[in-house]
Design a binder for this molecule. Structure first.
Ligand code: WT7
Length: 630
């Protein structure tokens, strides 16, 4: 590590942390990786099992459609489960789960392999084949992990829809992916109430016609509709003699699709980000190992939802690839009391906690005494993801939760990157609010409109200049959109959609999205989805949505609505519209604020100038408005 003095407020890791760390000198590893990028990744890939090795590590013959480990044969599930069942890890816990009502379940690697195989056999018997898409819409129970792995094992492509999404979001994702099978739970517990997932799914299935089989996991046990011929109970299927505990694994090509995951973009419908078996496996495995410094005895907890990329990569795949014990919980941080998380850390002896700034800010509000009632001495490392962490929350997390001995891994990445891109490692000096530098070997930059690197401390567009193994391969069914969205502003360079600056020490500081994506409590939502939900209400003519700073959520959704002529403005209508968005998109998209207006600022070509709305709401100067229509 260089001995150069770092500017600003710096937190140095303790000797104890460095001593234990897999990577003791990140800069050295970075230099090595930059010298021989393919060699660096192939060395890591060699720690995993392949049925056949690759001809090429990176194939860039058809940019920007990069391919990784071409010619290799693998299946990520083999490395997640099967390899461990052949070692002492067969008896190690792969998954520990706690439900909101306090019940707890554990799965050894042997058991998780068994349950996955059983479910794979069920899927096969229903005709699911390699390449088929399967939609999963569930709460946070072990079955969501089993369902994902069971699909991947037979080469089917899972498409998980977060349980916080609602009717229209689910319907359009099922339809777009052309899923013939839907896996759903009857309901999910959330703060003592039941979220009626099956009921939402029933409504969604009325709007799309692709699903032939709907498999229902019993969680809450309330009365639900079971449609004859279409709906089947998971527990009944799993008890059938065909659900044997061994299921031949589909050996797939490194570049065969593993999953699609929908995420909000700048315009129109959410896009399906496609990830593949080989590169995604290597990228997520390496980043978790080095950044959260996984050791055999660890119990690791990523408190996200499996329905988001954070959960896909760092609750399900990377922890299992590393043979660690992953913790999953159902419920909320502050129910029944604001000590739920701290009680679980103590009860299960969690060593690593990875969460989002919004959760930290939320828990901070309840005060230190809730944390201090529990023995958190098992914690060694902390993590943050999803949005910039404000230094105040960082310091609270560091001092109150980590007792000043746990470094905080502030990891910047995206659904599209699949893996951590800007991130510290435990041995790296930290600055609160900065994710430090890119992962070894990866070149990132901050550039101006013309693509030129900006000077230190100047704001610009965050871009990625090298391909990386877990990178998005395409937008499913829409390769044009893949190119136009990510690779067209600066040809050959990946555009992240974020703005950032880099300080004099080369540390990156993320500022936020520069497109029409809003980060609400770390959730990614598009203005277009919220607007189209509003416009789908019979009384709305036009709508615009923007994100405004919010103390707890990071951003809150503000909307401006033009009513159809003759419709009366009223507070009841505002509430009705908020409920409508919640019902169509999901509770996470419910606008904080709805204002009725008579016109919206638009360009001459009719595009809403959200920037102008934002400036007005914040009482700021809207800047250049020469393109404004009126
Ligand atoms: C966007 C991607 C990938 C994990 C969850 C989000 C923002 C993510 C950080 C961070 C500042 C962050 C960016 C990015 N973001 N992590 N550590 N610091 N901002 O995935 O839903 O695809 O959102 O989240 O704006 O572009 P996502």
């Amino acid at each position: 590590m260089s001995n150069k003095k770092l500017s600003g407020e710096v937190y140095f890791p303790s000797e104890k942390i460095i001593e234990k760390a897999h990577i003791k000198d990140r800069d050295d590893l970075d230099n090595r990786a930059k010298k021989d990028y393919s060699g660096f990744w192939s060395e890591i890939a060699n720690e995993l099992h392949w049925f056949q090795k690759w001809d090429k590590v990176i194939d860039d013959s058809n940019k920007p459609f990069y391919r990784w480990f071409t010619g290799a044969k693998t299946n990520i599930v083999y490395n997640c489960l099967d390899v461990h069942t052949k070692t002492f890890r067969r008896n190690k816990l792969a998954l520990i789960w706690e439900g909101e009502n306090g019940e707890s379940k554990t799965y050894s690697y042997f058991a998780l392999h068994r349950e996955t195989c059983k479910f794979s056999n069920i899927l096969k018997s229903l005709g699911v084949q390699k390449g088929d898409r399967v939609t999963i819409y569930m709460g946070r129970t072990p079955e969501i992990v089993i369902a994902m792995l069971a699909c991947a094992r037979i080469g089917a492509v899972h498409s998980v829809v977060y349980g916080g999404f609602s009717v229209e979001s689910l319907a359009e994702r099922i339809e777009d992916s052309n899923s013939k099978v839907l896996i759903v739970s009857d309901g999910a517990y959330q703060r003592g109430k039941i979220v009626h997932l099956k009921q939402i799914a029933d409504e969604a299935l009325q709007r799309c016609g692709t699903v032939e089989h709907c498999l229902v996991i019993k969680r809450t046990g309330q009365e639900i509709n079971m449609e004859q011929g279409r709906d089947m109970w998971y527990h009944e299927l799993m008890n059938l003699p065909i659900a044997t505990q061994n299921c031949a694994l589909e050996i797939v090509d490194s570049e065969d699709p593993l999953f699609i995951l929908y995420t909000s973009g700048t315009t129109g419908k959410p896009k399906a980000i496609l990830h593949t078996h080989g590169g995604y496996m290597v990228g997520t495995y390496a980043t978790l190992k080095y950044v959260f410094d996984i050791h055999e005895e660890d119990r690791y907890w990523c408190a996200a939802d499996p329905g988001w990329i954070t959960g896909h990569s760092y609750i399900v795949y990377a922890p299992l690839l590393n043979g660690t014990t992953s913790f999953l919980y159902e419920g909320a941080p502050n129910f029944p009391y604001p000590n739920r998380w701290w009680a679980m850390i103590e009860k299960y002896g969690i060593n690593i906690l990875y969460t989002a700034p919004t959760a930290i800010r939320g828990l901070m509000r309840f005060g230190e005494s809730w944390v201090n009632r529990h023995d958190l001495s098992s914690l060694r490392l902390l993590g943050s993801v999803g949005e910039p962490i404000n230094p105040e929350a960082w310091k609270w997390y560091h001092r109150v939760v980590g007792k000043e001995k746990c470094p905080i891994m502030d990891t910047w990445w995206q659904t599209e990157t699949g893996m951590f891109m800007i991130t510290p490692m435990p041995s790296v000096p930290l600055k609160p609010g900065s994710g430090t530098k890119p992962f070894p070997g990866i070149e990132m930059d901050i550039v101006d409109e013309s693509g030129k690197s900006v000077k230190a401390n100047e704001e610009g567009f965050l871009v990625i200049k090298t391909p990386w193994p877990a990178m998005i391969r395409t937008v499913y069914k829409d390769p044009e959109r893949y190119i136009s969205q990510y690779w067209s502003k600066y040809p050959g360079i990946y555009l992240t959609g974020d703005s950032a600056r880099r300080d004099e020490d080369g540390y990156f500081w993320i500022i936020g999205r520069v497109d029409d994506v809003i980060k609400v409590s770390g959730y990614r939502l598009g203005t277009a989805e919220i607007e189209s939900a509003l416009v789908s209400h019979h009384s709305v003519a036009e709508a615009a949505a923007i994100g405004l700073p919010h103390e707890l959520k990071g951003n809150a959704i503000y909307t401006y609505v033009i009513l159809k002529s003759g419709i009366e403005k009223s507070p009841q209508l505002i509430e009705e519209l908020r409920q409508h968005v919640s019902h169509e998109v999901g509770p996470i998209a419910k606008p904080e604020h709805i204002e009725f207006v008579d016109s919206l600022p638009k360009t001459r070509s009719g595009k809403i100038m959200r920037r102008v709305l934002k400036a007005r709401a914040l009482g700021q100067d809207p800047g250049n408005i020469s393109t404004l229509e009126e």
